[in-house]
Design a protein around this ligand. Structure first.
Ligand code: NAD
Length: 259
């Protein structure tokens, strides 16, 4: 069933992991998709795969924390497709993991700049193109910073992820008058490439406390989540099937946070 037939979706961080799986899922549901990511051949592969399905796709090479490039890319995308219905503000990094004493202001700004400011800029520049027609915005937050606080050295990451939920709620309130819904998703551990770009300092090892999970404590025994499972939630929140859901956060963690 083509829940998004004729609609246009914009996905940030579309070249990998949750963004990639969601871009493909939204296209399979009928949407044309604008793919935003840093320059990367992986995003070009997603573009090709979507075109192979008979949908339109366009890759915009842009850093989500750059306001000038973001305004330009989102305007170009909305003009290219003539409309913008779904926005998935998903690009994010773990950044540099370090104890607070060793975390540099530059690392703090990098993490908050991509995860939080990037979300703000995505929404800010998308809204003018969604007004009047309504639509759905989905923000990728995390269990970390909301229900779970176990990742050592993740003060910047967790702060950005908690603030994304606050931003989502304020945006939902403000944008309801345009019939734009805004929701956050909070994934637990998902098998993606996010670890590849994660840095950590030597000092971090000194504060790590070994975590021992009790035997059989994985409530769902199939292990960490898959990007495709998150993409199903993104599709639901993007589509009119969820048209009474706004201003909330949805956990997708296999009950990891109940352990
Ligand atoms: P990933 O690294 O596989 O994909 C992230 C994508 O975002 C990459 O293609 C990367 O190039 C892009 N990106 C990074 N910085 C960017 C920037 N400045 N501008 C544009 N694009 C940028 O990781 P993922 O796990 O799919 O992460 C997606 C989101 O999910 C992130 O917000 C992350 O915090 C969140 N998340 C992930 C997990 C997990 O376990 N993987 C859990 C909770 C939340």
């Amino acid at each position: 069933d083509h829940l998004l037939a004729g609609k246009t979706a914009l996905v940030t961080g579309a070249g990998s992991g949750i963004g990639r799986a969601s871009a493909l899922k939204l296209a399979r549901a009928g949407a044309n998709v604008c793919l935003l990511d840093l320059i990367d051949e992986r995003t070009e592969d997603v573009e090709k795969e979507i075109r192979g399905m008979g949908r339109e796709a366009e890759f915009y090479d842009v850093n989500v924390s750059d306001p000038v490039r973001m305004e330009r890319a989102i305007r170009a995308a909305a003009e290219r497709f003539g409309r913008l219905d779904v926005v998935f503000a998903n690009a994010g990094i773990n950044g540099t993991l370090a104890p607070i004493e060793d975390l540099t202001p530059e690392s703090w700004d990098e993490t908050l700049g991509i995860n939080l400011r990037g979300t703000f800029l995505t929404v800010k520049y998308a809204v003018p193109h969604m007004k009047g027609k309504g639509g759905s915005i989905v923000v990728t937050s995390s269990i970390n910073g909301n229900r779970k606080f176990s990742g050592f050295g993740m003060a910047a990451y967790s702060s950005s992820k908690a603030a994304q939920v606050a931003f989502t709620k304020m945006a939902a309130l403000e944008l309801a008058r345009y019939r734009i819904r805004v929701n956050a998703i909070c994934p637990g551990g998902i098998e993606t490439n996010i670890g590849d770009s994660t840095k950590s300092t030597k000092e971090l090892d000194k504060i790590r406390i070994p975590v021992k999970y009790p035997e059989g404590s994985q409530p769902l025994e199939h292990g960490p989540g898959k990007p495709e499972q998150v993409a199903d939630l993104v599709l639901f929140l993007a589509s009119d099937r969820s048209n009474h859901i706004t201003g909330t956060e949805v956990y997708i963690d296999g009950a990891e946070t109940l352990l």
